[in-house]
Design a protein around this ligand. Sequence first.
Ligand SMILES: Nc1nc2c(ncn2[C@@H]2O[C@H](COP(=O)(O)OP(=O)(O)OP(=O)(O)O)[C@@H](O)[C@H]2O)c(=O)[nH]1
Ligand SMILES: [Mg+2]
Ligand SMILES: [Zn+2]
Length: 362
Amino acid sequence: MHSPQANLSGLVIKQEANFYSVALGERVYLCSMRANLKKAGENIRVGDRVQLEELDAERPVIAELLPRQSVLHKPAVANVDQVLIVMSCLQPDFNPMLIDRLLLAVLWEGLQPVICVSKADLMDEELAEWIQEEYAVFPLLMVSAESGAGLDNLRQQLMQRVSVLAGASGVGKSSLVNQLNAELQLATGEVNQKLGSGKHTTRHVSLHRIDHQGQSGWVADSPGFSALQLPPLEPVQLGNYYPEFAPWLGQCAFGDCLHEQPDGDCAVQAGIDTDTERYYNYLRLLDEVQTQHRQRRDSSSKTEALTKRAVGKNQREQVLKLGTEGRARSRRTQRQLIEQVGNWAELDEDLLETLNPDEWRI
Ligand SMILES: Nc1nc2c(ncn2[C@@H]2O[C@H](COP(=O)(O)OP(=O)(O)OP(=O)(O)O)[C@@H](O)[C@H]2O)c(=O)[nH]1
Ligand SMILES: [Mg+2]
Ligand SMILES: [Zn+2]
């Protein structure tokens, strides 16, 4: 066996079955995971920094997973500095609500969002102006993989960072990455003209190196998604994820203000322009957050009542721990654990949901 070597930390750029492609310096090594890491249940994902050993061997090994700075759950990628929310202006149609949901999810994860409006060659000027007004508080790029418009700005935005492109299927994420790195030929798919939706062409997250004017950066292509659940917020917290509310937050007459009533008590309502799609969507999201919050509260009191009835104290603690430690576990494993704990015949799907905090991640 080789002895550990210094400075052999690399970046996981792709995973296929049990093999990981790890970039180190100018090279990419196809590696396997050391057995003890596998046994410890380490879940290595694209974006992870790992320590390699046995570089000269036919199959180098990942000996250690280095500490993560951040984890995004959907798309599943570690250590990204920013999330580029890709939305086409047409084919599929521009969808402000999906942008607002993604912005909320990204900000909630503590990551930096950048709005990237794609297919700018199909853009009508009125829509372009409207988008710029609505999303003025966010970094925003307009790009076209077709005409090349805006690609230099995009390259600039990607330098010296690790980024991920996230968005619906068919908006042109893979097409953009292909344009950014001429060596790539990632598969792209047609948009269904009738439905205006993509074909879910990309199936796995993969990182690609982009070079520009002597600098470099990494960008992850990712599978498109259609549904996006909201993070488990308290209704009163939602406004904290609206940077346009920030100058007035804390100045409303009541501390638990939801910024929805034009009654003179709300400083946010008085301060912002409420005649916007952003604000209209805020009210819709607030409604959804309130409903989900109520459902969570109802199911957690139901869970508690069932737990008290069905299991003893030690087992009860084990179940409650699932709520906090369960993040890394699969739904199936959680279900098996729950089955071990007691007679859970009475547990319905809704209650299982409350034990599975991964569900609301994007
Ligand atoms: N007009 C125009 N069409 C584009 C542009 N970029 C991509 N397309 C087309 O949009 C379709 C979908 O592109 P993809 O790159 O596969 O989209 P994706 O976001 O990777 O989709 P998934 O992998 O399914 O998530 C393809 O037919 C592309 O040719 C663009 O800038 N302008
Ligand atoms: Mg794709
Ligand atoms: Zn208010």
